[in-house]
Design a protein around this ligand. Structure first.
Ligand code: ADP
Ligand code: MG
Length: 691
């Protein structure tokens, strides 16, 4: 009998090449193999007569081989074999690629089963391409039932993969279930052995789903335990205390050019409360685009500076880094705050109105001294130390970063082992239990209110010729001294940064619909100083229209911009479109957004939803409903797969996992009595970093 932790090579029929293929997929043990989830199931359960098998259907047919031979091909490396079978009701042929041995298998007169999609060929009649096939007398591996289709099989054929998974499953000694009976009963979960059987050999789709649910729960629980443990360790390590200074706070707020909304005040206040303790803050600040998160960050950073400590702010783009540097200096007003700006192409220092470029050595020196603000893009994290007196780390537009990057910002800076406070800011709200699952033990604050006098951005979908409305609106806005963005989607996939799309559109608009206006072009290929100059020209009103790519998606703040036209809108996701729309409507002037497209159908539905729902929180819900179900969890957020079984829609399961993790940690804080979990968490910590 096989044990769960036996090497995968112990499964009968595993040849060295198979073992190698598995190892390259990260499959080491029998358990690893059995936890590999199918991407979908094909229903091969219906055996059809050949006469009833229609083109387009996926069916299983059974018959005797009447002919089998090689076909001539024009490509030397390609070998094709065609076999024909009959069941008395009709004939169907199957073509196979590069499987020459089938000539000896599909011998005339042998009874076989083919499963696959039927197509109809003018000359050859009904046929299938690369169907799954089996001798009719053999125990069926896949044909005639729900057949799992695995996402990762490496160099192995689906059929081989399936056969070996089943061999492993049949020979498996019932593993003990790490979840324990209490939890299994409480959440009505399959035990481990039933779950893996349900996944690889399901009775029906519901059975398969129950199996997946069980594995998802364990994944989620493991993450929550790891998060909980990390949190516990951080609490033990402690954080530098940032005292609240009422008089300072009052002065800071009074010299702002606007009065804070209640939600802004509350968010700042709550975070300030966190930072006054020696427990590291872990907070997620959600607020729709334009709700004014930057000033909250500025308020906290000013306090950190006042306490004699450093703060670091990580942002996704160069443009945003520069803008934030300027905005922060403006918001700090009379408080002089030294700030380092670090991007791929720039290293500079500013304080109040002073500004100068720095050499690498000068940067190092300033960081070593500490007591400053470091602001920058990913470049901030590359081979660079952060100040050792880091009191607060902020990530703006956190959805643009991976967990590793966020992690790099908060660990290993301080030499005294303490952990800086941490604030994550985002404009894409997600359901609470999802946030807690993806971002660990973060507390969540929300800014719901927009600053006074803001109007919703009137949004119009323009199909084809209707684009003219958008150009008309841009001309009118410019007449009133306002400005406009035209955003271009990537059209040609080889045009990675959308440079071509934007450049073409720039030429077209300059020569045609927007001729006479002062138009600028901004994309990621421009040199840093060109980008800066163009952005400054637009911000300061020397340009009327900015034709650009997704580089302005996040953060860009030019309050006089009141129109945004998005070309090829169907190519963007709903959350992304909302982000773009957030580039306008940042003042009390009425603003408009045009979603321009040539495509109809599903994508038009999405655009209409974006047009009718202008509240980012509601839109996020709609978005979530539309695509939540099928998505595996964690890919989008961090750019790589954190979960195999769990999905975005497992919200109840997420809450349950969190609850159980808390119970388990309370009962046994270091997992001294639960080696299984200790093991799993250690493994997880080796492959992922946790906040
Ligand atoms: P986001 O939350 O999208 O990061 P920002 O912080 O960039 O938003 O703020 C958007 C705009 O609103 C900025 O121009 C900012 O100066 C302005 N703003 C922020 N708070 C207020 C407020 N309470 N009243 C008026 N304007 C505000
Ligand atoms: Mg912002």
């Amino acid at each position: 009998m096989l044990k769960w932790d036996d090497p995968v090579g112990f499964i009968k029929g595993t040849t060295p090449p198979v073992r190698k293929a598995w190892n390259s997929l990260g499959i080491q043990t029998v358990g690893d193999l059995l936890l590999t989830l199918p991407r979908r199931y094909d229903d091969y359960s219906k055996i059809a007569s050949i006469r009833d098998a229609l083109a387009g259907q996926v069916v299983t047919v059974r018959g005797k081989v009447t002919a089998c031979g090689k076909l001539p091909t024009f490509r030397r490396r390609l070998q094709m074999i065609r076999a024909k079978i009959t069941d008395g009701t009709g004939f169907i042929s199957a073509t196979f690629f590069n499987q020459p041995w089938l000539l000896n298998e599909l011998t005339i007169g042998r009874e076989v089963v083919f499963s696959g999609k039927v197509s109809s060929h003018l000359r050859y009649g009904k046929s299938m391409q690369n169907p799954i096939w089996e001798p009719a007398e053999q125990h069926a591996v896949a044909v005639g039932k729900l057949a799992p289709v695995y996402p990762l099989t490496g160099s192995l054929a689906q059929k081989t993969f399936r056969r070996l998974v089943l061999a492993g499953l049949n020979d498996l000694q019932v593993p003990s279930d790490p979840l324990g009976t209490k939890i299994l009963v409480r959440y009505d979960l399959f035990d481990l052995s039933r779950a893996v059987k349900a996944i690889h050999e399901p009775q029906d789709l519901n059975d398969a789903e129950q199996g997946r649910r069980r594995l998802a729960f364990e994944e989620l629980l493991t993450y929550q335990l790891a998060f909980g443990l990390a949190r516990q360790q951080a609490n033990q390590a402690g954080a530098p205390i940032v005292p609240f200074d009422q008089r300072f706070a009052k002065r800071f707020v009074e010299q702002l050019p606007f009065s804070l909304t209640d939600d802004q005040k509350r968010a700042a206040w709550v975070a300030m409360q966190d930072m006054q303790t020696d427990k590291p803050m872990r907070r997620l600040l959600q607020g729709d685009v334009g709700s004014g998160k930057t000033v909250v960050a500025a308020f906290l950073v000013a306090h950190v500076q006042r306490a004699g400590l450093s703060a670091a702010i990580l942002v996704p783009t160069d443009i945003l880094a520069r803008q934030h540097a300027a905005t922060l200096q403006r918001l700090f007003a009379s408080h002089l705050v030294p700030m380092l700006l670090i991007t791929r192409t720039e290293r500079s220092w500013s304080c109040g109105k002073e500004h100068k470029s720095l050499s690498n050595a000068e940067v190092e020196e300033l960081i070593a001294k500490g007591h400053l603000i470091v602001l920058g893009t990913h470049a901030l994290l590359h081979n660079r130390r952060l100040p050792e007196d880091l009191g607060l780390a902020i990530v703006d537009e956190q959805h643009r970063f991976g967990v590793e990057q966020r992690e790099a910002l908060i660990v290993s800076a301080r030499s005294d082992g303490r952990v800086p406070h941490f604030l994550s800011m985002t404009a894409t709200p997600i359901p609470r239990s999802l946030a807690l699952t993806l971002y660990g033990d973060l507390e969540v604050s929300v800014i719901r209110q927009k600053p006074a006098g803001r109007l919703p951005v009137k949004t119009t979908v323009c199909l084809g010729e209707e684009r003219d409305q958008a150009y008309e609106a841009i001309r009118e806005a410019v007449k009133k001294g306002e400005r406009a963005f035209v955003v271009c989607a990537l059209i040609d996939p080889s045009d990675e940064l959308g440079v071509k799309s934007a450049t073409d559109e720039y030429k077209r608009l300059s020569a045609g619909p927007l001729t006479g206006l002062r138009i600028g072009l901004l994309h990621g290929r421009l040199k840093q100083n060109e980008k800066e100059a163009t952005m400054a020209d637009f911000a300061e009103g020397r340009l009327d229209v900015l034709v650009t790519t997704a580089v302005i998606e996040v953060g860009v703040d030019v309050p006089q911009a009141t129109v945004i036209a998005i070309e090829g809108a169907e190519r963007f996701g709903m959350a992304q479109l909302h982000q773009f729309r957030g580039r306008v409507g940042r003042s009390t002037m009425p603003s408009r957004c045009f979603l321009m497209t040539d495509s109809t159908g599903d994508s038009l539905d999405r655009l209409n939803i974006v047009a009718s729902v202008t509240d980012g929180f509601l839109l996020a819900e709609e978005d979530f409903k539309l695509r939540g179900g099928g998505n595996p969890l964690g890919t989008e957020q961090s750019g790589r797969l954190m979960f195999q079984a769990a999905r975005m829609s497992d919200l109840t399961l997420m809450a349950a996992a969190r609850e159980e993790a808390r119970n388990l940690l309370a009962a046994d804080p270091n997992f001294d009595h639960q080696p299984h979990w200790k093991d799993k968490i250690t493994k997880l910590q080796q492959t992922a970093h946790l906040e």
